[in-house]
Ligand binder design. Structure first.
Ligand code: MF3
Ligand code: CO
Ligand code: CO
Length: 250
C-alpha cells in the first residue's frame, strides 16, 4: 500500500510524456490501412519516438517484450506483438503506446478501424470508449477505485458485452506499472480513495462475448477464449484538487 503522490514538478514531466504518447497515436493514424503489417506500424512508431521525440518506447525489452508498441487485432485483448501479418478490411486494432521521457511514463491506447467495420465491431469499439469516458468522468478526490470499476462494468454489461478481469489499469510515474491496480469491474464505495496527485491509467478491455481470456505460448499475446472480438482504450490520468486531468490528450 505505497501509492506515490506526485509533486507538481513530477506531474509536469508526466504531462510532457503523456502528450508525446498521444502524439504517436495521432501520427500513426494515417498508416493504419488495409495491407500494412503491424511490424511496419511498430517501426514507424519506434523511429518517431526515438528520433523525433528523443524519448524511449517503454515496451521495448520491458520484461522481455520484443517490440516498441503493442498491436492487438480483433480477438487479441492486449499485448499483441507486432508481426508480418497484414491488416485486412474489417479488422479492428488497438495500438498501445508508452513513452518514457525525462524519467516519467505516458501510457495511452486507442482503437482503429481498418476499412469498414462490422456493426458489432463498431458498437464494441464505441461502447469501450464510452467505458473509459465514464470512468474518467468520476475521477476526483473521494471517488474510490471500486466506483470506477463499477461504472465501467455496469455500462459494458448493459450493452451486452463483458469486461476482462485478468488485466487492469495501474499507477504510473517513474515506473511503467506502479500501485495501485485499477480494476475495470467492482463495487461502488470499495477500495482505494482517490487523492490529489495520484497518477494512474484506466484501460478497459471489453469483449463482445465471454470475459474469459488466455495467453498464447509467445508469453505475451492475450486472446479471448471464445475468439470473440475485444476492444480497449486507455488514458493516463492525474487526480487534481477539483477532479481529473487527462495527461495523454494532445
Ligand atoms: N502498455 C500496456 C499497459 O497499458 C503494457 C504493455 S507491457 C508490454 O499497461 F510489455 F507488453 F509492452
Ligand atoms: Co497501461
Ligand atoms: Co498501455
Amino acid at each position: 500500500m505505497s501509492i506515490s503522490l506526485k509533486t507538481p514538478e513530477e506531474i509536469q514531466k508526466m504531462r510532457i510524456a503523456g502528450k508525446l504518447a498521444a502524439r504517436v497515436l495521432t501520427m500513426i493514424e494515417p498508416y493504419v490501412k488495409v495491407g500494412i503489417t503491424t511490424n511496419l506500424l511498430n517501426e514507424i512508431c519506434h523511429t518517431y519516438i526515438v528520433q523525433n521525440q528523443h524519448a524511449i518506447p517503454a515496451p521495448l525489452n520491458y520484461r522481455g517484450f520484443p517490440k516498441s508498441i503493442c498491436t492487438s487485432v480483433n480477438h487479441v485483448v492486449c499485448h499483441g506483438i507486432p508481426d508480418d501479418k497484414r491488416l485486412q478490411n474489417g479488422d479492428i486494432i488497438n495500438i498501445d503506446v508508452t513513452v518514457l521521457k525525462d524519467g516519467y511514463h505516458g501510457d495511452t491506447s486507442r482503437m482503429f478501424f481498418v476499412g469498414t467495420p462490422s456493426r458489432i465491431a463498431q458498437k464494441l469499439v464505441e461502447v469501450t470508449q464510452e467505458c473509459l469516458n465514464l470512468g474518467i468522468q468520476i475521477v476526483r478526490p473521494g471517488t474510490t477505485l471500486g466506483d470506477i470499476g463499477h461504472v465501467i462494468q455496469t455500462y459494458a454489461e448493459q450493452e451486452g458485452f463483458s469486461v476482462v478481469r485478468e488485466y487492469c489499469g495501474h499507477g504510473i510515474g517513474k515506473m511503467f506499472h506502479e500501485a495501485p491496480q485499477v480494476l475495470h469491474y467492482g463495487k461502488k464505495g470499495t477500495g482505494l480513495v482517490l487523492q490529489p496527485g495520484m497518477t494512474f491509467t484506466i484501460e478497459p478491455m471489453v469483449n463482445a462475448k465471454g470475459h474469459e481470456v488466455m495467453r498464447l505460448s509467445d508469453g505475451w499475446t492475450v486472446v479471448t477464449k471464445d475468439h470473440s472480438l475485444s476492444a480497449q482504450w486507455e488514458h493516463t490520468l492525474c487526480v487534481t484538487k477539483k477532479g481529473v486531468e487527462i495527461l495523454t490528450s494532445e
